[in-house]
Ligand binder design. Structure first.
Ligand SMILES: *Cc1c(COP(=O)(O)O)cnc(C)c1O
Length: 836
């Protein structure tokens, strides 16, 4: 009998990716050796695995360069409307494998590395994640870049090149410990600095009124250095640009004024300016009004708008010979949440103070340019910057915001005379307590389109959170249900499933196909189990339900509800050790914001419960609880394809969309979830009967808010819940510190905004249905297939097509740029100009 194939051999066999051309393999090996020699200055005697990774990355990058330059030349020549996606976060993860897949050179690379005796999967593991994001919002931006390139849009991502991305999470004694993410330590082969496009950004200073208008003077200058990363579309020869700014002190920093004479101190103080791009703020769905964060937000906005205008002015439609100059701003700017909201007053400042446009003309242009995506309705997440801070840091912008507000309130007063409550509710300036700028209101007023990220969320912002604004301009509010890129989240991360789909896409869902599916899952599960054993020395039962709950740790995401269910299962096992039980491995992972005490306690609760359950001989391998350390994009790519059951259990009305839910669905997990965010649309697409839906609806949650939520009544009514809570309260899971979880239990009993107890019973019952169905692999697999077949809507290609049509006024391009091996038919007269 033949021995089983290794992973690497299997990868080489995958027919879908074509047979590698031997000549290309030879060329690739040549390129690889050249980079090992000339770029890394190594030979194969002393090269480390990281050197091999770098040599491969540089070789693959070489394949991008020609396409990248030509795409930008093509944009210059055809001069389409440009789309700018502004975001404080781009959660890109790794780049190598995604680039190989999008360029269609994966097979060639696999074969080349095989011939060199190198394990390509091992090399891929060496790459650091680009962790420039917290969670869903940042990952959405990354998926959108992939889709915009795939659809051939002339699009750019603009953000900050944080020197330290999202922290690395270590678990020590069951608690989260943060470590700095020094992701650039070994260099980054995917970026190219562009010092020639460095731009000044101003802070502080004062406003001088002159005959020619307002002037912002006596400012401190920080320089913004751009770093470009190529964004390849899927096998269409398009390569777009993500441009990230890094803060640099000017060379005369602190030498001119107050540090005169102290040269050494002045050089040391350059750090102060460069701190702006030092580190990503690790909050997800939470606003922390720190000055350095406001500096970051303005820094990216100021540098980006200068760059946009520079590119526009050097474009054909913006050239001085064209009289329409500026009045035909061929630009759409999408604001990813309110984080880049200062772009609105900044563009007004440029138009009014520098370009000397009339205010009303400037305002009209500004509103046509911007569109705003809202990502949350949680009040603690809404940005409200103190006036005092803004007055010091950006005095001219505050003036402009006041002026925008004046005209805005005048409009409302004209429509609703004497309605002071309405004026107060809709003002950009909040006057109760510390005076603040409401950034969401600024974005709504300064944009021509505002969108939520799932139907249910868009309805909530329209009819509740921003009701006054949508009454005023109903056409402005839209829905754009989020999506994920099927390249990274299927082609790259789940080759096994891609294979089965490719082989069986035309056949019926008979039991033979079901068996094939089932076997693929077992394979993914085995691979993940091996990974856990190798990396963390934990053994899990691959025949158990892999019940996975991975996302940022947050009260509204209700990891605690999951935890209560785990304890309940444990109690059932202990009560009847010999009763039949569907084995489960519950895997929970996610980072807590370092300053979020409750979230950190939730991690400690999960690990403590795990310590008891995993070491109880009565339990055996019926139930295991794993806290998955350092959840991030590259780990999501491993755990999601191995998942049977996806946990999406937020309180209805709190999760704007979710995108993790879609990744699991696409990879063949079944969902247990509430009717929240995009879960609602997933159930519409796949059929409610193919998901495990439980718990209160948004209406029922709001009804309960009116009547008052009484946690104690559930505790008294539900003996199973009572037992679970009594165990936590009595210190059963924290023998050395019986009161360790008092903050959690107090929250649950006294001020739980997310009503965990109210959904406990329904959740437990629903989980019982899950356990029962898992006993029937054929029925389970059928349900999986009906889910996978219904995932089409959740491709970010669909999402971006809608943004393009309904908000940006651009169309996906069906012109395919020829590959570098073919001549550029588009250029009659190649003038060498490009629009970088
Ligand atoms: C997709 C993704 C998220 C978002 O998950 P949700 O369940 O929608 O909150 C967060 N983190 C990572 C690493 C992701 O890949």
């Amino acid at each position: 009998m033949a021995r089983p194939l290794t992973d690497q051999e299997k990868r080489r066999q995958i027919s879908l990716r074509g047979i590698p051309d031997l000549e290309n393999v030879h060329e690739l090996i040549k390129g690889f050796n050249r980079h090992l020699h000339f770029t890394l200055v190594k030979d194969r005697n002393i090269a480390t695995p990281r050197d091999y990774y770098s040599a491969l990355a540089h070789t693959v990058r070489d394949h991008l360069v020609g396409r990248w330059i030509r795409t930008q030349q093509f944009y210059y020549e055809s001069d389409p409307k440009r789309v700018y996606y502004l975001s404080l976060e781009f959660y890109m993860g790794r780049t190598l494998q995604n680039t190989m897949v999008n360029l269609g050179v994966q097979n060639t690379c696999d074969e080349a590395m095989y011939q060199l005796g190198l394990d390509i999967e091992e090399l891929e593991e060496i790459e650091e994640d680009a962790g420039l994001g917290n969670g869903g919002l940042g990952r959405l931006a990354a998926c959108f870049l992939d889709s915009m390139a795939t659809l051939g849009l002339a699009a750019y991502g603009y953000g900050i090149r944080y020197e330290y991305g999202i922290f690395n999470q270590k678990i020590r004694d069951g608690c989260q410990v943060e470590e700095a993410d020094d992701w650039l330590r070994y260099g980054n082969p995917w970026e190219k600095s562009r010092p020639e496009f460095m731009l000044p950004v101003h802070f502080y200073g004062r406003v001088q009124e002159t005959k020619e208008g307002s002037k912002w003077v006596d400012t401190q200058v920080v320089l913004a250095m751009p770093y470009d990363t190529p964004i390849p579309g899927y096998q269409n020869n398009t390569v777009n640009t993500m441009r990230l700014w890094s803060a640099r002190a000017p060379n005369d920093f602190n030498l001119k004024d107050f540090n005169v004479g102290d040269y050494i101190q002045a050089v040391l103080d350059r750090n102060l300016a460069e701190n702006i791009s030092r580190v990503l703020y690790p909050n997800d769905n939470f606003f922390e009004g720190k000055e350095l964060r406001l500096k970051q937000e303005y820094f990216v906005v100021a540098a980006t708008l200068q760059d946009i205008i520079r590119r526009f002015k050097t474009s054909k439609s913006g050239s001085p010979s064209n009289k329409k100059h500026l009045c035909l701003l061929q630009v759409a700017v999408q604001l990813n949440d309110t984080h880049p909201a200062m772009a609105i007053p900044e563009l007004m400042r440029i138009f009014v103070d520098i370009e000397k446009l009339d205010w009303d003309v400037a305002w009209d242009l500004t509103r046509r340019t911007f569109a705003y995506t809202n990502h949350t309705v949680l009040p603690e997440a809404l940005e409200r910057w103190p006036i005092k801070l803004m007055e010091t840091l950006l005095p001219r912008h505050l003036q402009i915001i006041y002026q925008i507000n004046q005209k805005h309130l005048d409009n409302i007063a004209a429509l609703f005379p004497d309605d002071m409550d309405k004026l107060r509710a809709m003002s950009l300036i909040e006057e109760d307590g510390e005076k603040r700028v409401n950034m969401a209101h600024l974005c709504i007023v300064g944009s021509h389109a505002v969108n939520g990220v799932a139907e249910i969320h868009s309805n909530i912002i329209k009819t509740q959170v921003f009701r006054n604004f949508s009454d005023l301009e109903p056409g402005k509010f839209q829905n754009k249900t989020n999506g994920i890129t099927p390249r990274r989240w299927l082609l790259v991360c789940n080759t096994g499933l891609v294979d089965v789909i490719a082989e069986h896409h035309e056949s019926q869902t008979g039991s033979y196909e079901m068996t094939c599916f089932y076997l693929k899952y077992i394979e993914n599960k085995l691979k993940f189990a091996q990974y856990l054993e190798k990396e963390y020395n934990v053994k899990i039962n691959p025949g158990s339900i892999f019940d996975v709950h991975v996302k940022r740790i947050h009260e509204y995401k209700r990891q605690v509800l999951n935890c209560l269910h785990i304890i309940h299962l444990y109690n059932q096992i202990r009560m009847k050790p010999n009763a039949p039980f569907t084995p489960r491995t519950v895997i929970i992972g996610g980072k807590a914001a370092p300053g979020y005490h409750m979230a950190k306690m939730i991690i400690k609760l999960i690990t403590s419960v795990g310590d008891v359950i995993n070491n109880d001989p009565v339990v055996g391998d019926k139930l295991k609880v794993i806290f998955l350390e350092n959840y991030r994009v590259s780990l999501a790519e491993k755990v999601i394809p191995a998942t049977d059951l996806s946990e999406q259990i937020s309180t209805a009305g709190t999760e704007a969309s979710g995108t993790g839910n879609m990744k699991f669905m696409l990879n063949g997990a079944l969902t247990i979830g509430t009717l929240d965010g995009a879960n609602v649309e997933m159930a519409e697409e796949a059929g409610k009967e193919n998901m495990f839906i439980f718990g209160m609806t948004v209406d029922e949650v709001q009804e309960m808010d009116k009547e008052g939520y009484d946690a104690m009544s559930y505790y008294e009514k539900l003996p199973e819940l009572k037992q679970v809570m009594d165990q936590i309260t009595s210190g059963f899971f924290s023998l050395k510190q019986p009161h360790l979880f008092k903050d959690i239990t107090d929250m649950l009993f006294k001020y739980d905004r997310f009503k965990v107890f109210a959904d406990f019973e329904a959740y437990v019952k629903c989980q019982e249905r899950v356990s029962k169905l898992f006993q029937d692999p054929i029925e389970w697999s059928k349900m999986v297939l009906r889910n996978i077949a219904a995932t089409g809507k959740f491709s970010s290609d669909r999402t971006i097509t809608e943004y393009a049509r309904d908000i940006w006024g651009v169309e996906p391009s069906n012109i395919k740029i020829p590959p570098p091996s073919e001549p550029l038919r588009y250029f009659d007269k190649l003038n060498g100009l490009s629009s970088f």
